[in-house]
Every structure is written in structure tokens, then in C-alpha cells.
Design a protein. Structure first.
Length: 623
């Protein structure tokens, strides 16, 4: 008891010390090196050089290079990642801080060529190379720009693609159709990274039968549009501009996302906008304001995580015993109230009867709410003080309205999950083209509804969510978590959700899931899962334990265990013993955006989830 309380007190102290003046927590949302590389290239392209920023970002990239010359997406990735290595190599050369003749740069080139050169880069890396003059666009871009004009009556339109995919693909569609390329005098020449000259125009991604079939149908739909082709094209350009400008946030970025803002800037340049146009300058400055410092080097975050961090931490502090009237919680909840959405966004297209009331992920997000941030914020506000009542009512209504027809919950948009899109050989198709129900979102929503909403049980909405979860359990007892790593994360969310929904711990699905967690526990008492899990789509152990995975696993077991079995006690001892550790395991990604491409290290997680697990252990077994 003394050790548990001591660690709880330590974690509370760390969190309260790190709170920002506005009541939020701005812990870094660290997404590897991709955004750092892109930002260097963007600043050089715009010739608005900020040498201190470029030098610091280049130093961060340089510091993360492996001995074989490659760069990795995560610690245990075999050998290195070809696309990331190309992007880092390109950015370092463009920065002017490294030369091709440097020993480590020569090793990077050797690694790239050994993996097939630029031809074998991912689709998104090829897009970067094409728009910056290092790779040829396809002779005919497979999707005509006029596709943005397809109506909802067509079998697919732009709003059948998830908001994340849409915000990136619409500006890319313009760039690809215009075959836009921009170079500067400072641009390096990557021509020596092709194995043959023919590779420079090889888009093997667009040669598959599925791609050709889909694109043929889209082209057919475009031809069926009423209007003379030469008039439709300018209409499509205006539709793209209207889409981008209609979704700018206060800082000038598109949806507060780095990638969509990068593509938007390039799209505007393709339309003849000046490099110093106020819209472009504001967007670039918006990206700069999302920079943070990690180990004394700048990192350009993909977005900020202030709302997510703050909702989780406010709730964790209250679970640990802090009163809603304490200074830290009161300030945090006032911040959350100020970030609740009042504007309509694209979500209304598939959820027309709903009203604004959700929360988004980042500090300046005002039109793109998501279910997870909404329920997390409502957890923080669960003690219904009078000033919270209106926000609670609006947030709850939004959450309930977002349930999919299949019974589960999505992240951003309702019923956006056309299955045939998953089959397309586009990198990350199921991640960026669809927004399906997922075990993590469904489980966490059920946990919120079961514990904090006074619903009359049985409730049809909860029953449908439970049924969906039970139907989507894996044969080994686990669940796949879309937004975290990966099966441990999904199983934690599902188990805590089912327990809160009233499912007995003796239910076969609960017993099977708990048995799976116990079977994969490490000797040191902890758990750890590799990012390879979401690439191979099966559980892959990390070979070491992390604080976050351990906290998720033991919290799940606590939720379905009447007494503290030895494995739970062993995990609690691990959390206490390793709480201050600084090894690579506690910098390992716990979140994902897209398999084999985009991973997230949340700096807040090492405090939040151990604090929750320890608090739940204390409340259930000690007090």
C-alpha cells in the first residue's frame, strides 16, 4: 500500500508540475522523423529559410541514423526503412548540412540502392519526390481531377473516403493531374538513387487490376457529369480550393494536420500562388508553431495533442484522488470547456441529425471532432458541476449519434467504411480510405457509457456495441487496436469496455482475453508489443517491457479480476520499479497512424496510464 501510494503521489507531482499556464498539457506528440524531413524540404522550397530551425531539425535527423546508414520507424524494425531513409537523406542534402561524400551519407545511399532505390519507395514518398522534381509523375494520373465533382448518388465520392484520407488526397489529386514540380537552385539531385533510368517513371502501384478497374469506373462517372469538359475542369479546381479554404484552422493549417497542410501549400503553388502569398506564409508559420523541443533538438509535430493529453490527465488525476475543485483539475477542465466544438464539420454529411458538441485532438482543432477525444473529455467532466452540464449534454448527444450501423464506433465519421476500398493496393488503404468501427473506439466508448452515463439497462445502444465487440474478438482472445500498438491496446479497451457494460468476468470471451494477456506477460512482470504487430497483423512481442503496455495490460486484468492474482501484483511492482526509467523501451511508440509508415510516441503516456492502473488497483484491492 505504501509503495503504491508513493508512486501515485510521485506521478501526480510530475503531472501537476508540467501543466501549462492555460490549464492544458503540451507534452510532445512525437512522430519520428518524417515531418522533420518534410519541413526542411518545404522551407527550402519556399526559400524562406530559417537556418536555426533547419539546422536543429537536421541535427535531430542526423542523430537518429543507424550504423548501417539507414533510418528506422521504430527501434526493432529490421535493417531500416527504405522510404524513411530516402526522405531523411533527401532532407539532409537539401538542408546543406550534409554532403553526398560524407561517410554516413554514402552508407545511406548504399542502403537505399540495396533495397531497390527510389523505384521501391512508398507511394507517399514518390509523391514527395514527384512534386519536388526528383521523380516523374505518371503519364496519365489514374484519377481525373473532376472526380471531386462526383455526386453522392455515384457509387463512390470524396465523402465516402475518411476525413484523414480526404484532406490529404484532394490536394494530391490536383498536384498529380497538373504534374506539378518545383525545384530550387539548392535542390540536390537524387538521380543516382535509381538502379536504371526507366525506374524514374515506374509507378507500379497504379498497374494493378483493382486500381485500373476502380479508376476506370471513376472516369466513367466523370464522363457522365453534365457539362462540357473544358468547363468541368475549372469547376473541379474551384472545388479543390473551396475544400481547402473551407477547412483552415485559426493558425492557417488545413485541419491542424502537417501532411494535409504540406500538400495544400504545394497545391496552391501549382495554381500560381506566390511563395510569399499570405495564405502560404500563414500556413507555414502554423506548422512552425507546432514545433517542440525533444532532447534539445526541434521536432515538427504532426499536430499538437493538447486536448487529448489534458482530457486523459484531468481524468487520471481525479481517479488518483484529486478533487474536481483542485487547482490542476479545475484549470484543465476549464481548458477543455473552451475547446468543445460549436462548428459543423464534414462529419455532418453522414450524421445529418447530429449537432456540434464533440472535442478534437489538437489545441486549435475546431471542426474535426472525434469520438475518443469526446469521451475522454467527458470522463474529465464526469463530476457534473453546474458549469459542466451544457457541455456534458452536448458531448453525450454527439457520442451517441456517432454509433455505426454495425453497432461499433468509428473515430471521425459515421458509416464511412466501403469495404472494397480496403482491397485496393494503395499503401494504408484500410487506414486512410475508411473509418470503420474499431475495438479500441468501441471498447472505450462502452467503458465511458457504462461507468459515467445513467442509462437504463438493458440499453439497446450498449447491447449493440457489446455484440459488435464479441463478434470481432480474435481467435486467441485478443482484439486489434487501430490507434495504438496494438493487440494489447485493443484488448485493454475491449475488456474495460465489456466490464463497464456489465459483462461478467466469467463470460467465455472475458476469460479467453484475460488468459491471453496472462500468457504473454514477461518475466519481469511487464508487457511489451512490437510495432511489427500492425504490419504482420498478428501479435509480435517486443522482447522487452514498456510502462504503457504494462499499464494497459494490468488495468485490463484489474477490470475483470475480483482479487489481485500474483500476475497483477507482479505488474504493479514493475510499474513502481520502472516508473523513472529512461531506456529506449519508454520512448517506444505506443500509437499508430498507419502501419509501416506513421508511429506515435506520446510523452504523456508514461505518466497517465501507470497512474490510472495504480489508482484502479488501489481502489479495488486496497481501499
Amino acid at each position: 500500500m505504501v509503495w503504491v501510494q508513493s508512486e501515485i503521489d510521485r506521478l501526480i507531482g510530475v503531472l501537476e508540475k508540467d501543466q501549462s499556464k492555460d490549464g492544458s498539457w503540451d507534452y510532445p506528440f512525437e512522430t519520428g522523423l518524417i515531418t522533420d524531413a518534410y519541413m526542411i524540404i518545404l522551407m527550402k522550397l519556399l526559400e524562406q529559410d530559417d537556418e536555426p530551425l533547419i539546422e536543429s531539425a537536421a541535427a535531430r535527423i542526423w542523430s537518429r541514423q543507424e550504423a548501417n546508414g539507414a533510418w528506422k520507424l521504430f527501434h526493432d524494425e529490421p535493417d531500416g526503412n527504405l522510404s524513411l531513409t530516402i526522405e531523411c537523406y533527401y532532407a539532409l542534402l537539401y538542408s546543406g548540412k550534409r554532403k553526398k561524400t560524407d561517410q554516413q551519407m554514402r552508407l545511406a545511399k548504399t542502403f537505399i540502392l540495396s533495397k531497390g532505390g527510389l523505384k521501391k519507395a512508398s507511394m507517399y514518398t514518390k509523391f514527395l519526390l514527384a512534386m519536388t522534381g526528383q521523380f516523374k509523375w505518371p503519364a496519365i494520373f489514374p484519377v481525373p481531377l473532376e472526380a471531386v465533382l462526383l455526386p453522392s448518388s455515384f457509387f463512390i465520392n470524396m465523402y465516402d473516403i475518411s476525413v484523414f484520407g480526404r484532406s490529404n488526397l484532394i490536394p494530391l489529386l490536383l498536384l498529380g493531374n497538373k504534374k506539378f514540380q518545383l525545384k530550387t537552385d539548392a535542390a540536390p539531385n537524387l538521380g543516382d538513387l535509381y538502379l536504371t533510368r526507366k525506374d524514374e517513371e515506374d509507378w507500379e502501384e497504379f498497374r494493378s487490376g483493382e486500381i485500373k478497374s476502380l479508376f476506370h469506373m471513376i472516369t466513367y462517372g466523370v464522363k457522365a457529369l453534365i457539362g462540357i469538359p473544358r468547363y468541368l475542369h475549372p469547376l473541379a479546381i474551384e472545388a479543390v480550393k473551396r475544400y481547402m479554404f473551407g477547412r483552415l484552422e485559426a493558425d492557417g493549417t488545413l485541419y491542424n494536420y502537417f501532411s494535409s497542410t504540406f500538400y495544400m501549400i504545394m497545391a496552391l503553388l501549382s495554381l500560381g500562388y506566390s511563395k510569399t502569398d499570405p495564405v502560404i506564409t500563414k500556413a507555414l508559420n502554423g506548422l512552425k508553431t507546432m514545433a517542440c523541443t525533444i532532447h534539445n533538438k526541434v521536432h515538427f509535430q504532426y499536430t499538437t495533442a493538447n486536448v487529448w493529453n489534458t482530457s486523459l490527465i484531468s481524468y487520471a488525476l481525479q481517479q488518483a484522488g484529486r478533487s474536481p475543485d483542485s487547482s490542476a483539475v479545475r484549470r484543465a477542465n476549464n481548458y477543455l470547456l473552451s475547446r468543445q466544438h460549436y462548428k459543423y464539420g464534414d462529419w455532418i454529411i453522414h450524421n445529418p441529425d447530429a449537432s456540434p458538441g464533440g472535442w478534437g485532438f489538437s489545441d486549435l482543432n475546431s471542426i474535426n471532432p472525434d469520438v475518443d477525444d469526446t469521451t475522454a473529455s467527458l470522463r474529465a467532466l464526469h463530476i457534473l458541476k453546474p458549469e459542466y452540464q451544457q457541455a456534458w449534454t452536448r458531448g453525450l448527444a454527439y457520442t451517441l449519434s456517432m454509433q455505426n450501423q454495425d453497432g461499433g464506433w468509428p473515430a471521425f465519421e459515421k458509416n464511412v467504411n466501403k469495404k472494397f476500398l480496403h482491397l485496393l493496393p494503395i499503401q494504408g488503404a484500410e487506414y486512410i480510405l475508411a473509418d470503420p468501427s474499431t475495438p479500441d473506439l468501441t471498447g472505450r466508448t462502452l467503458e465511458f457509457l457504462g461507468r459515467y452515463v445513467n442509462l437504463k439497462i438493458p440499453d439497446e445502444r450498449i447491447d449493440r456495441g457489446v455484440t459488435w465487440l464479441l463478434q470481432n474478438q480474435k481467435k486467441n482472445g485478443s482484439w486489434y487496436g487501430r490507434w495504438g500498438i496494438c493487440y494489447i491496446f485493443g484488448t485493454w479497451a475491449a475488456l474495460t469496455g465489456l466490464a463497464a457494460a456489465g459483462i461478467s468476468s466469467s463470460h467465455p470471451a472475458i476469460k479467453k482475453a484475460a488468459g491471453w494477456l496472462l500468457a504473454i506477460q514477461n518475466e519481469d512482470g511487464g508487457w511489451g508489443e512490437s510495432c511489427l504487430s500492425d504490419i504482420q497483423r498478428k501479435y509480435v512481442p517486443l522482447g522487452a517491457s514498456t510502462l504503457t503496455h504494462t499499464a494497459w495490460a494490468v488495468d485490463a486484468l484489474i477490470s475483470v479480476s475480483d482479487k489481485p492474482v500474483p500476475e497483477i501484483d507482479k505488474a504493479i511492482r514493475f510499474l513502481i520499479r520502472e516508473g523513472k526509467s529512461e531506456g529506449w523501451t519508454n520512448q517506444y511508440p505506443a500509437g499508430q497512424g498507419m502501419a509501416n509508415f506513421f508511429y506515435i510516441h506520446y510523452h504523456s503516456y508514461r505518466y497517465v496510464f501507470p497512474l490510472l492502473a495504480l489508482s484502479h488497483y488501489k481502489h479495488k484491492y486496497i481501499t
